[in-house]
Design a protein around this ligand. Structure first.
Ligand code: TGC
Length: 398
């Protein structure tokens, strides 16, 4: 008996899914994917060019994302949706097919701010913040990076000093902090006598100021801020009690990096699909661009890398759901999928010719966004060195 596909079967294959990877997902996972895809089609695609051009983060979309169960979606209890890692990944992919800035919102809220509270908070902190954050009624941010501490957060200059009565005084500055100017609560990591610790800082606390960074060429439909922290006074119970040291913030970065490896493939898939459609419709020298060998080679290279990137993400997600995922494996996916996605988006832009530099088409917007995505949560270089350290046993950061 032969297992070779018939011509009819081959014709039915999805041009974006030649390996039929959809067969790797359960009905529940597909249902969730389709729900998020529908949301992106209805709410993000029609508006994203304007949001991007005018540098608008659509605040009104936050509650809609809460209603859809996208906020803290892989967290359990405390009003969180309790979805699997693979479901979270599929949602990230579909959101980023819309725009990286909107996926970043979900990441900062759920994978960073909520996950820090969920992993390391007291019962009182979890009950106070997580249900409202899952609904989108409370917005959170995550302050780790500083003006002079990016790849090396261990060199942070922000300090928290314990006062005689057990309360805390914080001083310092953070940079590139997503959502900070619209956030209600900030998770701020600071150096203390006991190592690095996390603090929950209500953003209306005196001495806390968040200022959006302007004139960005990337992530324009998203907010990133500078934060100044000047003699911020916090009660003893503002500290996250259950972690000390860099493994606290790094554990949260694992969650965000995991979502990114899926999301990047969404931007890549959208760019590929736009380039394919354009090539099939655009006539030059009396035939469609898709009839030229160089165009076909570009499209094939794109779809191969998208399929491989999704396989990497699915395997990583299954390991995460099984509870056996090592952070090293997250670096594999974050590095590979961001690197391939930006190449795909740039190639797609080139295939659109001059039309590709307008916001009428998504690839250059995606490529510009991915400049941020490949930089935050560990640059390509940081993930290369994490993997290099693992395979050689030699640490090459310093
Ligand atoms: P190292 O000595 O390797 O580790 C220090 C401690 O951390 C533990 N650890 C981890 N734990 C959990 N998950 C991980 N992935 C971990 N990696 C390390 C480690 O076991 C150790 O624990 P312990 O108990 O022994 O103390 O630390 P290192 O400083 O040598 O690490 C080097 C390096 C380069 C890997 C690390 O510094 C790194 O990952 N740098 C990149 C940082 C980064 O990704 N920054 C981006 C942050 S994004 C941001 O702040 C803005 S939020 C996004 C937004 O708001 O939009």
């Amino acid at each position: 008996m032969t297992t070779t596909a018939t011509t009819q079967d081959a014709a039915d294959l999805d041009n974006s899914d030649l390996l039929n990877l959809v067969g790797l997902f359960s009905e529940t996972e597909i249902e969730l994917r389709d729900k998020v895809r529908g949301f992106v089609d209805a709410r993000i695609r029609p508006n994203i060019a304007d949001w991007y051009e005018n540098a608008v983060f659509p605040r009104e979309i936050v509650a809609e994302m809460g209603d859809l169960g996208l906020l803290g979606m892989h967290l359990h209890g405390y009003g969180c949706p309790g979805r699997s890692a693979v479901e979270y990944g599929l949602a990230a992919l579909e959101l980023e097919a819309g725009d990286s800035g909107l996926r970043t919102f979900v990441s900062v809220q759920g994978s960073l701010a909520m996950s820090a509270i969920h992993k390391f908070g007291s019962e009182a902190q979890k009950n106070r913040y997580l249900p409202g954050m899952a609904k989108g009624e409370i917005i959170g941010c995550f302050g780790l990076t500083e003006p002079t501490a990016g790849s090396d957060p261990g060199s942070m200059a922000t300090t928290a000093t314990r006062n005689d009565d057990g309360s805390w005084t914080l001083n310092g500055a953070k940079r590139w902090i997503g959502l900070a100017s619209i956030a209600d609560i900030a998770v701020i990591w600071a150096a203390t006598d006991e190592g690095i610790r996390g603090f929950l800082v209500p953003t209306d606390t005196m001495g806390f100021t968040a200022t959006p960074i302007e004139q960005k060429l990337s992530m324009r439909a998203s907010i990133q801020c500078d934060i100044d922290i000047v003699d911020v006074q916090l009660p003893a119970e503002a500290v996250l009690p259950d972690v000390r040291g860099l493994k606290g913030p790094f554990s949260c970065l694992n969650e965000a990096r995991y979502g990114i490896m899926w999301g990047a493939m969404g931007a890549a898939r959208d760019s590929y699909e736009v380039a394919l459609k354009y090539a099939q419709e655009r006539m030059q020298f009396d035939k469609p661009l898709s009839g030229y060998q160089i165009t076909q080679q570009k499209l094939v290279n794109m779809v191969l890398e998208i399929q491989k990137g999704i396989l990497v993400a699915v395997q990583t997600g299954r390991l995460k759901d099984a509870g056996t995922l090592d952070p090293i494996q997250i670096s594999v996916g974050k590095l590979n999928n961001c690197r391939e996605a930006i190449t795909i988006c740039r190639e797609a832009r080139a295939m659109l010719g001059g039309n590709g530099i307008t916001l009428e088409y998504s690839p250059l917007r995606h490529a510009n966004n991915l400049e941020s995505v490949r930089t935050y949560e560990g640059t390509d270089e940081v993930h290369t060195l994490i993997l290099g350290r693992h395979i050689t046993g030699e640490q090459a950061f310093r």
